[in-house]
Design a binder for this molecule. Sequence first.
Ligand code: BGC
Length: 720
Amino acid sequence: MADIKEILSDMTLDEKIGQLCQYNTQEVVESTAGITGIDENLGLTKAQVDSIGSVLNFANAVEMREAQKKHLENDRNKIPMLFMMDVIHGYRTIYPVPLGLGASFDPELAYDCSRVAAKEASAGGVHVTFTPMVDYVRDARWGRVMETCGEDVLLNSRMGAAQVKAFQGDDLKNPENIATCVKHFAAYGGAEAGRDYSRVDISEQALREFYLPAYKACIDAGTTMVMPSFNTINGVPALANKFLMKKILKEEWGFSGVVISDYHAVDDFETHGYTDNRKENAKIVFENGCDIEMCSTVFFNNLKSLVLDGTFTEEDIDKAVLRVLDLKDKLGLFEDPYRGASDKIDADEFLTEENRAVVRRAAEECAVLLKNDGILPLSKDTKKIALIGPLADNKEIIGFWACMGKPEESVTVKEGIKKLLPNAEIEVAKGASYIWGENSTDGFEDAIKAATNADVVIMCVGEPQDYSGEGKSRAHLEMPGAQEKLIKKIREVNKNIVLLTFAGRPIVLSDVADDARAILHMWYPGTEGGTAAANLLFGDANPSGKVSMSFPKSTGQCPVYYNRTNTSHPKSIEDEDTYLPFHSNYIDCGNLALFPFGYGLSYSNFVYESLELSRNEMTKDDEVTVKITIHNDSDRAGKETVLLFMRDMFASCVRPIQQLIDFKKVYFEAGERKAVEFTIKEEMLRFWNNESQFVSEPGEFRISTGCADNLILTKSLVLK
Ligand code: BGC
C-alpha cells in the first residue's frame, strides 16, 4: 500500500489539478511508439501534460507501457497514470452487445463474459473500463439502447451488478481484475424522441422507480467510478444537477469513489445554453463532486484561480485528488505501474479457445427465437442451403463498439454453417444492401437463383452494426435498403424462409414476419456469432433468449414498453386489432409490441401448469412463496426464463399493469417437470409516492407469470 497522503503532501497545486484531468493518450504522450506528442489544440503547457493523472483510448499493451514509462520519466512525483477504455462487450474476444446479453436474462452469463473481458483488457493494459452502461431505455430509436441490458430496471440492475463484480473481482490488486465505471448518471436513456443527447424531462417518481435503481445496484456491487451523463434533466445538465450529484449520489447513496465527466461534457454547458463562461463550469462541476474532467481543459484552466480567489480551498482539491490516488493504490499501480499489461501486442490471454467457448455460449443464449412454425431446428441432412442477405457472409456481426475485437477474427454465418455441415451445398448471395437509401434490386436475380430449388433459405438481414451506438438514432426502425423487398421476392420462389436478424436494437419486422417460417434474432452476437447461429439453426443449441426490449409494430408506437399504466380509456389486449373511438389507441396501428418484453420461443415445449402462493394474504413482515410448476413437454433439454410479474390494483399513485419483480433462468431435462420458487417480500411491492417516499400500500396485488402482454396463471395476494 502506498502512503497517498505522503505523496499528496509533496505535490504542488498545479500537479494536483493534473490528477483531475484526462485526455486521449495520443494527445498527451510523446513516445517512440508513434504517439504524436502534445496536441497543440489543447493549449496545455508541458508541465501540465506531465502531471496528467489518467488517459483514455490507446491501442494496446505495448503502447500503454511506452506511454506509462514516458510519463513516469517526466512526472516529478512519479505517479502512474490510470489507463481507461470502453470495454463494452468484450476486449478482444467479443460477446453479444449488452442489449443481447440482457436477452439471456442470465446474470451468471454476464459475469462469465465480463471475466473474459476483464482478463483480456487487463493484459491489454486497461485499468478502468467505462462499463456497465445501465441507462434505462424505452425508445428503440435511440442508438445507445444497444449498450444497455434492456427496458426493465430489475434486469438492468442484476446484469449491471454482475458485470461490476466480474470486472472488479474481490481485490483490485489482482492484475486480472480491472475497475468499473457505471454510466451515464442519470436518465440519459430518456432522451426525448430517442434522439441522442436530447433533453430529458422526467418526474421524480419515474426517476426513482425506473431510472435510478440500476446505477444504485452497481454502486452497491462496488463500482469504483461513476460517469454522469451529457443530457439535461428537467433543464439542468446532469453534471450541474445538484439533486442528482449531491443529494442522490453522495448523500443518499454515500458514493465515495471517483466521479468522471463524460467526453467534453464539462465544456458543453455553453452549448446547452446553461453558462456563458468556463470558470463557472469548473465551479459548478467541481462543487458537485466531479473529480476528473474528460478531454476538455476547463479544470486545468480554472481550478487554480478558483482556489486563489477563495471559492475552493486547497483541501477541497486534495479530497478529489486523494480519491484518484486511492483508486491507483487499490489497483496496485504504485507497486507496479504496468500491472497486468502484457509485453506483447497480442497477449497470450486473447482469443483463447476457452474465451471463445464462453462467448459462443453467450451468443447462443442471447439469441431470441421470435417465430417458428416447426421448421427449426433444421435437419443436419439438409442438402441444399441458400444463404442470402447482406449479413450472410459478413464479419460485421461482431457488433459495434467491439473495443479491440477485430471483425476479421469473427466467424460469419456462412463460415459457421460450412464448418458444421461440411458436405452441404451452400449457395451464398448478398441480394440487397442494408444501407438506408440504397434500394437497388440488382442483386435480386442471383439471390432468387440461389433460393429456387434450395431445401431452405436462410436470410441474414438487419441493420449495419454502426447504425447503433452514440449519435446513431433512427427515425425508421424497419430494415434499411431493399431487404424487405428481397424477402418478398424470395418468398415467391421458396416458402421455406428462415430469417436471421441482426441489429443492436429492436427493429420493426411487421411487414416481413408473415413471409418467414421462422425468425431468430441474433442481435450483434460477437466473435463466435456465426458458430452460434449454425448451432442454433441445426439444433446443436436450443434458443433460450427472451426479448429484453419490446419490438414495436411500427416506429410510430415508440416509446412502446411493457410496464405502462392502464389509462382512463384503455383498450383490451383482445381488441388489439380494432380501432376503438374514445379509447387510448391509434387509428392505424395496434397498441402492443409485435414481440413484447419477455417473449421468446424454444425448441423445447415449456408448459406452465400452475402458480401457487403459500398464502393469499400477507402483512408487511411476511414473506410469501410462489411456486410455478413447469413441464418440459418435449424430448429436448432446454432453458426457460421464468418471469414473475405483479400488478398493484389500486394505489395512491397509479401503478403499471405489469411489473417484473423477479426472474430465474432454469434448466430442464427433456420431459422434466419441476416447480420454480420465488419469494415475495413487502419491499418488492413498493413504489415512490407523492410524498416522496418508497411505500407499499395495503390492498390487492395480482401475481402472474408468462411474458408481458400475455400474463398467465394469475393469483391474488392481499397486503394487509
Ligand atoms: C460516451 C461514453 C464513453 C466516453 C469515453 C463518450 O462519448 O458517451 O459512454 O465512455 O465517450 O469513450
